[in-house]
Design a protein around this ligand. Structure first.
Ligand code: LLP
Length: 401
C-alpha cells in the first residue's frame, strides 16, 4: 500500500504508521539469534507502549521490561507472563514494588534504599522478592551522554566496590532472594564488542557471588542495540551479531540469559507521516514546515538524533537543503536539519522514518498539539487504527468537576 493511499484513508495528520510484520520480523531475529541458549527476551516497554504492539509481542512469546508501576499494570493487561518480566529503575516507589512482588516479577536492586524498599514490600505482601543486582560494569557504550547508563558515575545501578555490602545485606533479609545480576550499558550501541567486554565483567561478578553460596539463575545483559537511522547502506550489527559476540562468554554458566531490547524491536517498524504546510526561506536557510513537531517526535530536539526524512511522492524539483520544522513555538522544534530534498508543495506527504521507538512514548501535548493517532498495516495487509488521536476534549475533561 502506498503511503499516499494510506494518507487518503487516514484523513488525519500527522499520524504514526506501523508495520506489524516488521515487529514480528524483529522479534524473530532475536529468537533465532538466541537459539541454543536458555533465554528470556524482555521487550523494553518504554520504547513503545501501544497496547496492540505489547499484546502482539506478548503473543509471540516475549517477556517485558518495565520501569514504572503503570508500565507493569499495562504489561499485565497485555498478558505478559510475570515470570518473564523484569522491573527496573533507580527510583521505584513503594506501591510499585509491592505490585511487582505480588505479581512475582523479577526486580532489579538499584541502590541501598531500593533494597530496603524491596524487602519492606515483600514483607508487606507476605512473599519473597526475587531480585537481580544491577551492577555498573563501567564500560563506555560510545553513545550520546543522555542515553549512556552503565558508567561509574551513572545514576543507575551499584558500583562493584559496593557489591559485598549488598551480598551481606541480602543474606540478612529473609524476604529477598538473590537470583541474578544485571547490567545495561546504554542505548543506540552500534559496536557489539562493547557487549562482550561487559559480559566478561559480569561473568566475573557471577563467579564472585556464586563463590559465596548464592544460587544464581539469571544473567541480564540489558538492551541497547542501535539501528540504522542513517539509511546509508551501512552494515550495522544485528541481534545475531550481538548474541554471537557474547555467546561463548555466557553459554556455560548454567544461567538463563535475559536480554532487554526496546529500540531494535520496534524503531524501524514505524514512520511519522506528516503533511507539508508550506516552504519558506529566511536568510540563508530554507525551511519545510510540516504539521508534525517536537510534540509528536522529540528525539531530534532532545538528542540531536538523526531520523531519515523523505517525501512520500517522487518530485521533479531539484534538491535544496532544508531544515524540516514543525509549528511549535520554539527553535528547538525541528525534525531534521540540513536535509537535501526537493521543494514540496503544500499538502505533500513527508515521512520521518524509524519512529517506532521512543517517539510516541515521548510525545507531549506541548502547544496543545495533541498526540497523534497510531495506525498499523496488519500482517494480513489491512490498515487499522491501533490508537485514536488525542483531542482537545481529552484535555478539557481533565478540568471537569
Ligand atoms: N533496559 C534498560 C535498563 C534500559 O534503561 C533501556 C533503555 C533498555 C533496556 C532498552 O534499551 P534499547 O534496546 O531500547 O536501547 N529515549 C532515548 C532512549 C532511552 C533509553 C532508556 N533505556 C532515545 O530516544 O534514544
Amino acid at each position: 500500500m502506498r503511503v499516499d493511499d494510506i494518507r487518503a484513508q487516514v484523513k488525519e495528520s500527522p499520524f504514526y504508521l506501523y508495520s506489524q510484520a516488521r515487529i514480528s520480523a524483529n522479534y524473530a531475529a532475536y529468537e533465532a539469534a538466541l537459539r541454543g541458549l536458555d533465554s528470556i527476551i524482555g521487550y523494553a516497554v518504554k520504547a513503545n507502549n501501544n497496547m496492540l504492539i505489547m499484546r502482539h509481542l506478548q503473543s509471540l512469546g516475549s517477556g517485558a521490561v518495565l520501569v514504572s508501576g503503570n508500565e507493569l499494570r499495562a504489561a499485565m493487561v497485555a498478558g505478559f507472563d510475570p515470570t518473564r518480566t523484569i522491573f527496573n529503575g533507580n527510583g521505584k516507589l513503594p506501591w510499585e514494588l509491592r505490585l511487582a512482588v505480588e505479581q512475582g516479577v523479577l526486580v532489579n536492586v538499584d541502590s541501598e534504599f531500593d533494597l530496603d524498599n524491596i524487602a519492606a514490600a515483600a514483607e508487606a505482601a507476605g512473599k519473597t522478592a526475587r531480585v537481580l543486582i544491577r551492577i555498573n560494569p563501567d564500560v563506555d557504550p560510545e553513545v550520546h551522554a543522555y542515553v549512556s547508563t552503565g558508567l561509574a558515575n551513572s545514576k543507575f545501578g551499584i558500583r562493584n566496590s559496593h557489591l559485598q555490602w549488598f551480598l551481606d545485606r541480602i543474606r540478612a533479609l529473609p524476604s529477598v532472594e538473590l537470583v541474578g545480576v544485571h547490567s545495561h550499558l546504554g542505548s543506540t550501541i552500534t559496536r557489539v564488542a562493547i557487549f562482550r567486554d561487559a559480559a566478561q565483567i559480569m561473568v566475573s561478578f557471577v563467579r564472585q557471588i556464586r563463590d559465596q553460596g548464592f544460587n544464581l539463575r539469571y544473567l541480564n545483559i540489558g538492551g541497547g542495540l542501535g539501528i540504522d537511522y542513517h539509511h546509508k547502506g551501512e552494515k550495522l550489527p544485528s541481534p545475531a551479531d550481538l548474541i554471537d559476540t557474547v555467546r561463548d562468554v555466557v553459554a556455560d554458566l548454567g544461567l538463563t540469559i535475559i536480554i532487554e531490547p526496546g529500540r531494535s524491536m520496534v524503531a524501524n517498524a514505524a514512520a511519522l507521516v506528516n503533511t507539508v504546510t508550506g516552504v519558506k526561506t529566511n536568510g540563508n536557510k530554507n525551511f519545510i514546515v510540516v504539521d508534525g513537531s517536537m510534540s509528536a517526535l522529540i528525539r531530534p530536539s532532545l538528542y540531536d538524533a538523526y531520523q531519515h526524512i523523505e517525501l512520500t511522492a517522487p518530485s521533479s524539483e531539484p534538491e535544496q537543503t532544508f531544515d524540516v520544522v514543525g509549528p511549535v513555538c520554539e527553535s528547538a522544534d525541528f525534525l531534521g536539519k540540513a536535509r537535501p530534498l526537493p521543494a514540496p508543495a503544500a499538502g505533500a506527504g513527508l515521512v520521518v522514518h524509524d519512529a517506532g521507538a521512543y517517539c510516541m512514548t515521548m510525545a507531549s501535548t506541548y502547544n496543545l498539539k495533541m498526540r497523534p493517532p497510531e495506525w498499523w498495516v496488519a500482517e494480513g495487509g489491512e490498515l487499522r487504527q491501533i490508537r485514536r488521536g488525542e483531542t482537545l476534549d481529552d484535555h478539557l475533561r481533565l478540568f471537569e468537576g
